[in-house]
Design a protein around this ligand. Structure first.
Ligand SMILES: [Zn+2]
Length: 177
């Protein structure tokens, strides 16, 4: 499901929706196409639903992204995604990965909320937040690396190994990006 040209940020980035959006379209503004969480749930249907900020948990740990709500969508074709203003999480897929990987996915999508569309910046935000909040150990970071290792690069995303190299550097970097 897509909403026109609205920028949907993805955990693994198999889609290049944002790239398309970044091209200036005469008379079309990105903001116009961005759905509200309620609109998203209305379109997604099924068992999708909206959770207010602070209500979403991963392995019983409360996940916060400022005042952003979380939409649960088990039919999403990725582990997580985000539109400006809210996060989308897919518990059906998230259930298959370890706790640090789950939290990294949430934090990556949260990174887009505060840092914008750049994937490397969202990756860096996620690992630095994990280090600061103490849910991401060096071992957990390796689990994240193994998780994204198969991801091939595309127009928007570097390959898994490249992303990992950068995340390891960010994780060590005392300066918050
Ligand atoms: Zn992303």
């Amino acid at each position: 499901m897509t909403f026109g040209n609205a920028p949907m940020w993805r955990a693994l980035g198999f889609s290049a929706i944002f790239l398309v959006l970044a091209l200036p379209l005469p008379g079309v503004h990105a903001e116009d196409a961005t759905p509200t969480p309620e609109e998203y749930v209305g379109h997604a249907g099924g068992d999708s639903h909206l959770l207010p900020p602070g209500e979403f948990k991963l392995d019983n740990r409360k996940q916060l992204c400022g005042q952003r709500p979380t939409v649960i969508d088990n039919a999403l074709d990725d582990y997580g995604a985000a539109y400006p203003g809210f996060l989308i999480m897919n518990p059906r897929l998230l259930d298959k990965v370890s706790t640090p990987v789950k939290q990294w996915i949430f934090a990556h999508e949260c990174g887009h909320q505060f840092r914008g569309p750049d994937e490397e910046t969202a990756d860096c935000f996620a690992v630095q937040r994990g280090r600061r909040q103490q849910w991401l150990t060096p071992e957990g970071l390796e689990e994240v690396c193994n998780f994204i290792a198969p991801a091939k690069g595309d127009g928007m995303h570097f390959s898994g190994s490249h992303r990992c190299e950068y995340m390891r550097r960010c994780y060590e970097d005392p300066n918050i990006k």
